[in-house]
Structure formats: C-alpha cells, structure tokens
Design a protein around this ligand. Sequence first.
Ligand code: ADP
Ligand code: MG
Length: 745
Amino acid sequence: MFATTIDNLPSRTLKNIMSPTSRSHTVIAAATKFSVPKPTERKPPMDIQQIFGENTFWHAEMQARLPKTVYRSLLSTIQKGTPIDTKVAEAVALAMKEWAVEKGATHFTHWFQPLTGQTAEKHDSFITPNEGGGAVAEFSGKDLIQGEPDASSFPSGGLRATFEARGYTAWDPTSPAFIIENPGGSYLAIPTAFASWTGEALDAKTPLLRSMHALSTQAIRVLKLFNVTNVHQVYTTVGSEQEYFMIDEEFYYRRPDLVTCGRTLFGAKPPRGQELEDHYFGSIQDRVLSCMLETEKELYRLGVPVKTRHNEVAPSQYEIAPIFENTNVASDHQQLMMLMLRRVARHYGLVCLLHEKPFAGINGSGKHNNWSMSTDTGMNLLEPGADPHDNLQFLFFCIAVVKAVNKHQDLLRISVAYAANDHRLGANEAPPAIVSVFLGDQLTEIIEQIEKGSATMSKPGGLLGLGTRVLPPLPRHASDRNRTSPFAFTGNKFEFRAVGSSQSLGWPNTVLNIIVADTLDEMATALEADLKKKVSFEKAVGNVLTAAIRESKRIVFNGDNYTAEWHAEAGRRGLLNLKTTLDALEHMLDAKNRKLLSRFEVLSERELESRHEIALDQYFKTVNIEGETTASMARTMILPAAVRYLNELATTVERGKIIGTDLAGVRETLNEVNQLVAELRTALNELNKQNADLGGDTVHEKAYHMRDKVIPAMRAVRDVADKLETVVAEDLWPFPTYRDMLFVK
Ligand code: ADP
Ligand code: MG
C-alpha cells in the first residue's frame, strides 16, 4: 500500500486562511508544522535493491510467470521489434493480470501521452459480472493489446472530426507496465501509443518509436560499412536532468496565478533573490529532503533509476536525474518522474512546480536532455574509442550529429517551442534561442584538422590525423563544461539543454533522432558512392567527414552563448535566431521538414500539419488564460487592496486636519499610491481590451494577437502591480509574496 504519508505530519487545514491582519503568521503555518521524526520513529533506510522495480511487470516477473516460449517471443518483440502474435498476447495478459491482482490492483488502464503534453488514462475494472451473480477478474489479450478511448476530447489538430471520435491505444511492449498505488486502491498502467481510427498518430510516443526505428536503420547501415555486422538494433539513449521548484502548498493555494497558470503573474523582486549563490548544491532542507527521499523510493519501486539530487541555483529550486535508458523507456519514466514529484510533494504540504518560469527575476527550470546512440551489443556510438578504427567510427557518428544540428536548427528550436519555454530561452539563464554546438577545444582541433582535407589522412599510416596520437586525450567526462551552450558534447553524449522542465521528452527526441537519421543517411550514401569508386575506406571516410565539417562548421561555438557578441557573430554566420515560439513555428511546415518527417515515416504531412495547428492553439490558449488571470487578479485582488490602503491614508489625512496637524508624510504616501492606482487602472483597461479582442478568427491570428498585444499588456499591468506591492501595507496585500514563497520552507 501507499505508505507515504508521514505519520507525524499533522493534517493541514485551509480553514485558518489568513485574516488580513495575520497574514505572515498563518502563511507560514504549513512550514512550521513539519518536524523531523524522532530517532525512535524513523523508518529503516530503504533497501533499493529489494524494492527496485517491484511495481513493474518486467523481465524478472515475466521470466517467473510466463512459459519459456512465450517469454522468448516477447523478448524478441522487445529487443528486435518482431510483431507480437495473439497467443503470446493472451499469455502475457493472463500473467500480467495475475501479478497485478496479487499487487492489489482492481483496475487497469492504457496509459498514453496525448498531445496535451500530459499523460492520460481511463480506468477499467478487471471485474466482470458472471452468470451466477458473482464477479470474476478478467483481462484478455485484446484488452492488453488494444483499447478504444473516446478520442474526441483530445487535441487532434483537425485530424479527426468530433463525429468520428474513435481513437485507439496500442500496447507498447517495449516499455514496462506498472502499478500506481493510492491509499484507496491500486491500478495497473499499460504504456500505449495513441492513434486515430484511421491510424494517424495523436500522441508523443508513436513518432518517437518511429524515429528510433529510422535512426536504427541508418546507424546499422553505417556500422556495416565500418564492418560491424553483429548489431541488430541501435537505440538512442536519454538521461534527463529535471529541474523543479518546491513551495509550501499554503502559498500555492493563495495564488490564483499559480493554481491556474503554474507560474506567478505578479510578484515584486524580493530583497534577496539568488544573488548570494548560496542555494546551488547547498545542503537540502529537512522537509524537502524527506519529500525527495519518498519520491525517489516511489520511483525506485516503479523501476525508474533515479541517481542524483541537489539544490539548484534559485532559492527553492531542485534537480533530480535518473540514469540514462533507452529513449522510449526514458520518456515514459520521465512522465512518471513528474507525476511522482507532484504527488508525493502533497504529502509534505509542498507543491512541486514544473513550470519553466514560475518566478520572474530568478532562474527558470529546464530539463537537460543527455542523448546518445547505443547498439544492442552495448556499444555507445558517441564514446571515443581506444584505437584508430573506433575513433574513425566515433567521428563519423559525432560529426553526423553536428551536421544534423546545423542542417536542422529550425526543427530543434521548434521541438522546444511553446509559451512557457519562451520565458527561459534567450534570457541569461538558459541557452539562447540560437542553436549551436559546443564541442570543446580538443574535439574542435581535430575537426579543424579534418576540415583541411583528406590529404592529412592519406599520409602513410593512413589514419594519421584520426589515429591514436590525436584522440586518446579526449575527455571522457567533460572537463571543460560550457553551461551556456544549447547543445554540448560532454565526453560521450550530447546534452540538449533547451528542453523545458514541464515537457515530455517525446517530441525533442523524435526530432533529434530523425535529424541524425537524416545526416547518417546522407553521409552513408556519400561513403557508399566513394567506396564503389574504389576509394580506400579511410580516404572515403575522410572525404565524407571533410565535406560534412566544411558544411556544418558554422554551428560550432565554444564560447559564452549569453553574450551580445555571440548573437552578432551568429547573425554573421547565418544561424537562425527564432526568438519566440511563433517565430519557430513559422518554420515547422517548411518543405524541408515536411519532406524529412514523411520520408522516414515519422510524421505524414497531415500529421505534421495537425501538430502545427495544435502547437499554435496551445500557445494561444496558454497566453489567453494568463491574460485573463492577470486581469482578474488585478481587478479583484490588487486594486481592492490598494484602494483599502488609500482609504486608510485618506482617513488619516482627514483626521490630521481635524486636530490641526498637516500629515505631510501620509499625504505624500497617499499621492504615491493614488498615482499607482491610476496607472494600474489605465494598464488594466488596455489589458481588458486586448483580452476581449482575440485578434481574428484563425488560430494563427489569435496566437499572434496573444504574443504582440496581450503579453505586452500583461507586462504593463504587472509592472504597476509589482510597484504597488512594495508600497501597500503588507497586511493588506492579498497574496503571498516572492519572499514568502521562496524562503519559507
Ligand atoms: P554530469 O552531467 O553531472 O556530468 P553525467 O554525465 O553522469 O552527469 O550524467 C548526466 C546525465 O546524462 C545522467 O542522466 C546520465 O545518466 C546521462 N547519460 C550518461 N551517459 C549517457 C548516454 N550514453 N546516453 C544518454 N544519457 C547519458
Ligand atoms: Mg549535465
């Protein structure tokens, strides 16, 4: 059962919501109620080995419960992608159900990732009434393999009219099924892909799986040219570093902006922000640490290999990172990680904020996406090797990635383009909207040598320029870290840093996989052509690499990505600078992208168009909700607070007159507040006007209206409101301030 509630944590009630005069006292109530258990009450330390994966139906359970032939067949599906037959599915369903029921599950769900960016589930009971008036637990192969949720309420971008509401979910046997526990009961969750009845992808998983397949095909083709013939599948691997904020839930509920939008729309800069740089890697406060431990325990039980935790740069900001896995599994696990962070936080009176920019003026949150390619024989294709042949192969794959990033800067930018991430990208805390690659000095030097031409490489000894003499000092574990680069080589993997904290890993990795599949394909074709002309292997590889480097070198930048000089330099190099989501989305349907995605059957043109439409729509809706929330908080919370204060000041001035004292200081304050109230009213009128006008009928027009009219109007309201926060009496201020939220733990 879900043993996560801390027994000694008193139940928190929201009944004692602040009266205006006791704001700070009640506001810190939840924080002060937490105490560390006494030594006698402490739980024994968790036995990670014992609990790891206990709530997943994976190899250990499969092996124990399935007939050998069934297990072997399933293994072949998992490892080689062979289709599953109905007999196997029946046997797996039976075993899975038995296991789940033993674990206390009463229901099952197909667990999928529609284009809302969240996960979706609809629970069905295992129990079917039988003729005798009783009930039996039933779960068939068909129940396992396919589900039919009503698809009409999920975003489809025009792929499916509401009258043809049918969608279906299809079991993904390559990602383990798992049990989600709740104090009231448990259910079995089966990872699935989600498509329309006509077979068009409506989710994040389907294109990801397709892209992994495309990359695998091209990578195997290249490996064969390098005479590596025992590889049957190449996976991409991902390890994501998840940043998040944790704040007291009492603050959260008092902030309509946090509840509705996930970020604060108001808030004056606190006297202390992150200037002291004392939070990063600092010791973790007890309540937060307890929460992290519990979260990690739940994740271990779900087989999510969580590895590190630490305090991040901003106050109340943290990071959790798992060990890398096959991208598909990593992506599902990443969803579970976000789910558990949110759920467990509540047991500690905390709320986990996954928004990219919950607080203005301090760092936002990202999700660094560490990415590599690995063979089913266990070889990391981005690991520099020990001998010349391996190194040549390493360089081939590494340069294919560099070439891909250069050729498809737009797609990478698009893969992280949505309203919330606009607050991060381009500010001096996260990589800029300009995509570039950091390679580090040593690798850059090697690449410069190769760029000079294959002559160096065809010297006697063949591999001189690429041989052991040059490569062994390559840093295995990146020594020179460049935190400002959006796409950095870190020794044996690339780290894509522009991914946002709330994002699913699905789309960014679909893009990464497919753009690298594209350049591997191109380079393999060139190599094959040279080899056909009887050019020696080393020379042919040299030719391909030289050409790729010449074409792509402009994307390599090892300096500080935050500087204005780089932005100017990037302009000279002709690199794209797609500053906002909408700038990026303008390129989504470019002929190049349509062709690429449909050529590898990752997204058909129709599917791509639908995703473009959904992205625009989500941008519009996100900002629209923020605009409305800003207006309503200003109108019903901030303005009334300021007016109450005005009243107090005016009354005082009046009283001064009665007793014959000119209260000059009070009068001055009165004027100051009065002035700000007038400014707030003006700004609010403008915002109301922009909120009422959607800018047009198409989603495109509405989205641009949001960016160009609503966002500036919101900013103007916030500017004045934040000034008011610093002058209005604290006991009248209607919601918790940054100081409360970020520092009371
Ligand atoms: P740091 O970035 O602090 O040096 P690591 O390099 O150990 O830490 O790892 C950061 C993340 O990168 C972790 O999630 C780790 O599992 C992941 N990672 C390491 N190797 C690979 C790989 N070959 N493919 C994908 N991710 C990887
Ligand atoms: Mg890292």
